[in-house]
Design a protein. Sequence first.
Length: 436
Amino acid sequence: MTTSQTNASLQELRSTFIAKGISSATSNYIVQGKGAILVDVEGNEFIDFAGGIAVMNVGHSHPKVVKAIKDQAEKLTHTCFMVSPYESSVTLAEKLCRQVPGDSPKAAMFANSGAEAVENAVKIARYHTQKSAIIAFDNGFHGRTLMGMTLTSKIKPYKYGLGPFAPEIYRMPFANCYRCPFNKEYPDCDVACADHLEYFFINHVGAEQTAAIIIEPIQGEGGFITPPKEYFQKLKAICEKNNVLMIADEIQTGIGRTGYMFAMEYFGVEADLTTTAKSLAAGMPLSAVVGKKEIMDSVHPSGIGGTYGGNPVACEAALAVFDILESENLLERAKELGKVLNKTFLSFQEKYNIIGDVRGLGPMIAMELVQDRQTKAPAAEETKALVNYCYEKGLIVLACGSYGNVLRFLMPLVITDEQLQKGIDIVNDGLRAITE
């Protein structure tokens, strides 16, 4: 694919016509993608360890996804499901309801983005319970809409100056074993952070007022913070005892990212409502709320929905994604990638004192960089330098975390062993460069 534009000319055009509030992690303008490789307008190639922020689990421009999009676009691009329904939306809903963990009968609704799925999950929870309060968690991220940014924890850049925020949102500590908010050590702590929900109902917001808690199985933007396995089991038991719903935000963890179709399968818990988006349709705008049928069906007709929700082109792309995950055995591939990455990054931790923690599940894995392992002072500038080093060497990788000191890895699951190793070698060289 050829273009007369350069990265510099496009950057100049952008500075004139794109709002400054929209930022980009890189300055190279991508014209083509295949698998785990991106190519910019000047022909420069990059190994993609970011995956469009966990959107490209099946890789860029997978032939089956491309074909599904082309075939559907030639037949029908839009009717609005609320006016004239079509097969792909119903077929996809069935597939999702069967894939989301738990034996309860389920139903689904479609929207366009993760934030929109979150908004609807909250609406449904409030409607079903006839209660208004929602409990979110420190370091959580749930989007940029009014409800999404209210639920999101980090102030800058997501919330600063953008209020006022939605009412009846309360926030409690998350299970962060590396930086325990209760100054305890796992497993001797007996997962006290989960038991804290009982205290929270007494001192912050009553269970009688609380419709739901909303929680990420692994916190994405917050730094890939991964709780102990029993954390969710304890939380769910407390929720059930108090007639409070659990909303699992699987927007970043879902669709194979962790080696499981949905991460809550690993934790052995059935959420009442689950949100999913990102890799669901391989880059097409599609999200969903999947929940227990009695909860989803409690909302009156036309109480939920949207003009573009479950667009037929996006639904066909999503059906192709499920086909790829199964036919190419990508969940097992994800588990294999996770083992390689975990072993490699733990070996890096032995070599480089700047790595304070390695955590995650499967190939959704991260390294937290610290200036000192005893004080755990965040190494934000060093993390930024490492990201820049990798980028200059042809590897796209992202930072995250409340302090910007966590290097996260979200490469497409179809990445080749050669591409993976080349990317890992660049990270290793970068760690050496910032620590010498």
